[in-house]
Design a protein around this ligand. Structure first.
Ligand SMILES: NC(=O)c1ccc[n+]([C@@H]2O[C@H](COP(=O)([O-])OP(=O)(O)OC[C@H]3O[C@@H](n4cnc5c(N)ncnc54)[C@H](O)[C@@H]3O)[C@@H](O)[C@H]2O)c1
Length: 359
């Protein structure tokens, strides 16, 4: 079993990684919450059906609450319902919430834990690749509003996170691809190792390497004021692609853009960011090719779906809530990956056209 510490002074915690990691839950709870008497496990039907709650023993009085699946269920009404069920279960300030699931469960259960009694402890057993390498680590919790994703939330760090790689065995292929898209991003966030090293490692090592990179970034910038922005590498175009996909689904169009999952969009966004960085003179062509080989090495698509308008994508990128009202990108460069504001619109358009977008 591997351990990575997220160092945040009195809010520091460990991420336990490897096959069977979830079975160390009781021991870890004894360490991080010695006065807890009661545990509420928050999970989803697919996770239960896949068998990942079997053998989850806390040694304390425990009950299970299932929440719905899909982004529509990531809502304030789910938080209200969860908190009411915490009261019914008799959860007190010393007790504990255990999130068992993907990023949706850790975001929702974490936010409920952040709000209930003004904040109680929670731990996460992350069961998707995306949650193991990203969502479950760093303490960003929250829910969606009808007006947009993740608009209400809190920074609330977990007490321990388990990345049990056994759980990945039942993950649908689309969710696997999503995780690999985020993993490809990490290949460029650490200057210490060659970017392709991740490709040839075991899954435990891959997860541990990504967790270590995320832990270091979170430790340097817990509240996402600057450095943590680099975790959005590839996300500016990804969010625009997802916005266009959402609009197409609403119109009943079921093309490739409409079915792009988040991580698949991130992979395309990473490639676009590399091409843009080259066009801005920040990196050379060899570095762009390295990006391409990592994306393809993770069996992800490396060309934009057909029928996308560059102008429309730019409009959506300008609306991105993280764009601060101009074209902001996280880009590779001589100092590594960093946020770059005020990027010239015409260079962005040229890059999109070079990647196959239409005017
Ligand atoms: N807090 C953060 O820092 C952060 C970072 C990235 C993403 N997120 C959030 O994470 C969410 C996406 O997370 P996700 O990609 O893990 O998807 P998800 O949590 O929605 O899970 C996808 C589906 O897989 C099922 N599932 C989970 N584990 C399974 C397993 N082992 N076997 C079979 N099915 C399983 C789930 O029940 C769900 O139906 C989004 O809401 C996103 O906003 C948060």
């Amino acid at each position: 079993m591997k351990r990575v510490t997220v160092s945040l002074n009195d809010r520091s915690y460990d991420v336990v990684i490897g096959s069977g990691a979830r079975h160390t839950l009781a021991v870890e709870i004894g360490r991080c919450a010695p006065f807890a008497q009661r545990v509420v496990i928050v999970t989803q039907p697919s996770v239960v059906a896949a068998g990942w709650l079997e053998g989850i023993e806390t040694g304390l009085a425990q009950s299970v609450i299932e929440i719905g699946e899909g982004e529509d269920e990531k809502s304030l009404s789910t938080i209200q319902s969860l908190c009411s069920q915490f009261v019914e279960a008799g959860l007190s300030r010393n007790d504990l919430v255990v999130a068992v699931g993907g990023g949706m469960v850790s975001d929702v259960a974490g936010f409920a834990a952040a709000s209930y009694h003004r904040g109680i402890r929670y731990v996460t057993i992350a069961t998707t690749l995306l949650a193991q390498i990203d969502a479950a680590i760093g303490g960003k919790t929250g829910v969606n509003l009808p007006e947009g994703k993740n608009l209400v939330g809190a920074f609330h760090q977990p007490s321990v996170v388990f990345c049990d790689t056994d759980c990945l065995a039942t993950l649908p292929p689309k969710e696997q691809a999503c995780g690999r898209g985020e993993m490809a991003k990490y290949a460029f966030l650490s200057g210490e190792t060659p970017s392709t090293a991740l490709l040839n490692e075991t899954i435990d090592d891959q997860v541990a390497r990504c967790v270590a990179i995320k832990a270091a970034i979170v430790a340097a910038d817990e509240m996402e004021s600057d450095r943590r922005m680099v975790l959005n590498y590839g996300h500016t175009l990804a969010h625009a692609l997802e916005a266009v996909g959402l609009e197409r689904r609403a119109q009943g169009i079921n093309d490739r853009v409409a079915e792009l999952a988040h991580g698949e969009a991130v992979a395309l966004g990473v490639l676009f960011a590399a091409a843009l960085a080259e066009n801005l003179g920040r990196i050379d062509h060899e570095r762009v090719e390295l990006h391409k080989s990592v994306i393809e090495g993770f069996a992800l698509e490396s060309s934009l779906p057909s029928g996308l308008s560059g102008v429309v994508l730019i409009e959506r990128m300008e609306r991105d809530k993280k764009a601060h009202h101009d074209l902001t990108f996280v880009l590779d460069g001589p100092r590594g990956v960093e946020a770059v504001t005020g990027v010239d619109r015409s260079v962005v358009l040229t890059t999109l056209l070079e990647m196959g977008a239409e005017q």
